[in-house]
Design a protein around this ligand. Structure first.
Ligand code: ADP
Ligand code: MG
Length: 214
């Protein structure tokens, strides 16, 4: 089983949104997925409660279970899951750190603004300390539609610190509406551009994790 973690201390970057939509897109691509909410605020868990579809599975990991995270993942592997997607809190936390350590890939969503990029630095420092240089990537999220110099500048800035996942995700109402409806964007508006971007992002993450394993 592979583990994909969404992490950044910055709130509002898109961790929960991407965790949910990537979980759905990966399940549609044939993975047996479990999405795990490590954030005490529980947004991903709430999204899971709204769902009626069987896949992906959605569950919560409470603060008292964090110490057993590795064992929990091992048990899920034994149950036949092929992918765990971990959503984490928007603060520096034990849960966030543990979720990074167990990850085959940590994705750091960031909006393309100077303040948002600056806010990713503590997370990058932690990943470096955990010797995860080859196991993390930035995802530019909520980029303005159309060709944007802001997004290009942000991509160049982040590129100095690590790999940038492709594609960058545009700000689209589909993301908000899908989450509110308890769906991933590929369920909510399967033919839409947001869905295309999320499917492409999953394909990128899949390739990146396979490359790292080789
Ligand atoms: N690509 C996007 N387009 C439009 N809205 C987005 C996008 N990504 C995230 N959002 C919105 O931004 C807000 C914060 O996203 P969220 O996933 O909750 O961030 P985090 O989990 O990192 O705190 C939510 O209202 C979400 O709907
Ligand atoms: Mg969140």
């Amino acid at each position: 089983m592979r583990t994909l973690t969404l992490v950044t201390q910055k709130g509002g970057a898109g961790k929960t949104t991407l965790a949910a939509s990537l979980a759905v897109a990966a399940a549609e691509a044939g993975e047996r997925v479990i999405a795990l909410d490590l954030d005490p605020q529980g947004s991903l868990g709430t999204w899971g409660d709204m769902r009626t579809a069987d896949a992906p599975a959605v569950d919560r990991i409470g603060p008292d279970q964090l110490g057993s995270l590795a064992a929990i993942l091992k048990a899920l592997d034994g149950e036949g899951y092929t992918l765990a997607i971990l959503d984490t809190a928007g603060v520096s936390s034990t849960g966030g750190n543990l979720a990074m350590q167990v990850a085959d890939l940590a994705l750091i969503p960031a909006r393309p603004s100077r303040l948002d990029l600056h806010a990713t630095m503590p997370t990058i420092e932690t990943l470096m300390r955990l010797e995860m240089r080859d196991r993390f990537a930035f995802v530019l999220n909520q980029c303005p539609a159309g060709r944007s110099s802001r997004a290009t500048e942000a991509a160049n800035g982040l590129g100095m610190f690590g790999v940038l996942a492709e594609p960058a995700l545009t700000q689209r109402a589909d993301h908000q509406d899908a989450l509110a409806a308890g769906q991933g964007v590929t369920e909510y508006a399967s033919e839409g551009k947001a869905a295309d971007e999320v499917r492409a992002l999953w394909a990128w993450a899949d390739r990146k994790m396979k490359g790292n394993k080789a």
